[in-house]
Design a protein around this ligand. Structure first.
Ligand code: NDP
Length: 255
């Protein structure tokens, strides 16, 4: 039997990148996976197709995060999809993965209040209220996994606002670990380093070579490298880990 047979999971931002790889792996372990997306419906459907090709089960859920009503819309779709397939709305695994980044960075002196608000609305506020809402339907043994970034541990001025949002999600992890433990629910942060998410920069060999040097393994991470870590945290084997910062940077933080 697979490690997540009979479980349900929501992976925000699983139309592509790390989220897609995570959705596919959780489904491979037997979970029914809600594949959330904002703009890329076709890509989200493709994730579900990948899941089904492996013999798994998934469905798409739309919600733009970081705007009024976002969590309500997300849970309307999630609950409908779960009820249709399982008869109730139990959610065993929540992966807060969706996030906005700035590939090239923004100079601290150029950052606008609007950009700052968008980073926080999508990367910090939405995960907080998704967790708050989800807790009514996460049972004993449930798992919450928040995707942070190695940038909370190394200084990069052009990414300060983004990194601040990831610092916030790590605090969400740390503090809620205490209140969720009595319910048998774990909550952890996973911090990827530079990870090939299929975006254009990963098609430029010189850029990839430069980025690869940051990892102790001298390569950029694959979405699967990170998804395997997330999947482990979702299983019963990770029951003794909570409130943790899990470095999934391929040794980038070793210095
Ligand atoms: P991608 O940029 O490849 O994909 C982002 C995902 O988030 C997409 O599914 C997208 O949905 C969704 N999303 C983006 N904005 C919103 C929004 N406003 N509302 C709802 N959904 C949204 O992500 P990555 O795989 O690169 O990153 C995944 C996570 O890992 C993020 O939290 C990121 O910060 C973190 N991370 C990534 C690193 C990397 O090098 N890739 C390094 C460190 C951390 P759609 O396409 O449908 O709009």
């Amino acid at each position: 039997m697979s490690r997540l047979t009979g479980k349900t999971a929501l992976v925000t931002g699983s139309s592509r990148g790390i989220g897609r790889a995570t959705a596919v792996r959780l489904a491979r372990e037997g979970a029914l996976v809600a594949v959330h997306y904002a703009a890329n419906e076709a890509a989200a459907r493709e994730t579900v197709e990948l899941i089904e090709k492996d013999g798994g089960h998934g469905f798409t859920v739309h919600a733009e995060l970081g705007v009024p009503g976002d969590v309500h819309e997300l849970f309307l779709g999630l609950d409908k999809g779960l009820k249709e397939r399982t008869g109730d709305t139990t959610l065993d695994v929540l992966v807060n993965n969706a996030g906005v980044t700035s590939a090239t960075g923004i100079l601290p002196e150029d950052l606008t209040p609007e950009q700052f608000d968008t980073f926080f609305a999508v990367n910090a506020k939405a995960p907080y209220f998704i967790v708050q809402r989800a807790l009514a339907q996460i049972p004993e043994g449930g798992r919450i996994i928040n995707i942070s970034s190695g940038l909370t541990r190394v200084a990069n001025p052009d990414q300060v606002a983004y990194a601040m949002t990831k610092g916030a999600i790590e605090q969400l992890t740390l503090h809620l670990a205490r209140s969720l433990a009595p319910r048998g629910i774990t909550i952890n942060s996973v911090a990827p380093g530079i990870t090939d998410n299929g975006s254009a920069v990963f098609g430029i060999p010189e850029a990839v070579e430069q980025m690869a040097q940051l990892s102790a393994f001298k390569r950029v991470g694959t979405a699967g490298d990170v998804a395997d870590v997330i999947t482990f945290l979702a299983t019963d084997e990770a029951r003794w880990i909570t409130g943790a910062f899990i470095d999934a940077t391929g040794g980038t933080l070793l210095g």
